[in-house]
Design a protein around this ligand. Structure first.
Ligand code: ADP
Ligand code: 5GP
Length: 206
């Protein structure tokens, strides 16, 4: 079926496991290209510039906005986050499925610009488990965790905008479900117009 690259947006509450899931997904299947965002937040211990994010100053980030070098950007809990244009356009043109792990304001901007994009939302099984994972990660203060949980409550209002919701309970099950949903999207008639046209032509000639 369709070998055209799909633009995939993955959002979800902070701490739901998006980063962990995306890492597993690209390890397991080589058709996915994971976009690396730019951000003004400080790196967490273990994060490297150019691997998890491109870590920029506010001035550098604002320069990217002015240069139209980002396909979307948003402010989240006091920092800028945005998607560099060049990588996404190149990988899609090469026929790869490009994954953007971004929050909801960015997701809605992508949907407007790329109506064919597939929007997936990742949740934990419960709010209690969300807090447990955020605390367990050990990378944020209690104050930041509270801000992120407050933000999660707002984001929950927008889940209906997404095409699919996936619960990250068992990690490997969730990775498989995400892959299956994306795989199914390649079979949509709207993404296979060339094949359908070819079949119609052949049937008429028959
Ligand atoms: P996000 O990118 O959505 O903010 P992370 O990938 O950083 O979330 O995951 C948050 C924490 O939850 C990490 O400590 C991670 O190891 C843990 N985690 C992720 N997925 C699972 C899972 N399925 N079960 C238990 N813990 C998980
Ligand atoms: P974190 O600080 O936990 O890495 O990310 C905070 C939030 O920003 C997450 O919801 C993440 O999905 C989102 N995010 C990361 N990169 C981007 C981006 O390029 N654009 C937008 N709009 N959100 C992003």
């Amino acid at each position: 079926m369709s070998h055209k690259g799909i633009l995939i947006v993955v959002s979800g509450f902070s701490g739901a496991g998006k980063g962990t899931l995306m890492k597993r997904l690209v390890e397991e299947y080589d058709r996915y290209a994971l976009s690396i965002s730019a951000t003004t937040r400080a790196p967490r211990p273990g994060e490297e510039d150019g691997r998890e994010y491109f870590f920029l100053s506010r001035e550098q980030f604002e320069r990217k906005i002015a240069d139209n070098a980002l396909i979307e950007y948003a402010e989240y809990c006091g920092n800028y986050y945005g998607t560099p244009r060049e990588y996404v356009e190149k990988e899609l043109a090469d026929g790869r499925d490009v994954i953007l792990e971004i929050e909801i304001q960015g997701a809605l901007k992508i949907r407007k610009q790329y109506p064919d994009a597939l929007l997936l939302f990742v949740s934990t099984p419960s709010a209690k488990e969300l807090r447990r994972r955020l605390s367990g990660r050990g990378t944020e203060t209690e104050e930041v965790i509270d801000r992120r949980l407050h933000r999660a409550a707002q984001e929950a209002e927008g889940i209906e905008e997404y095409d699919y919701i996936v619960v990250n309970d068992d990690l490997e099950t969730c990775v498989r479900e995400l892959h299956e949903i994306i795989d199914a999207a390649h079979h949509a008639p709207g993404r296979n117009e060339e094949f359908i046209e070819k079949m119609r032509r052949e049937l008429e000639e028959n």
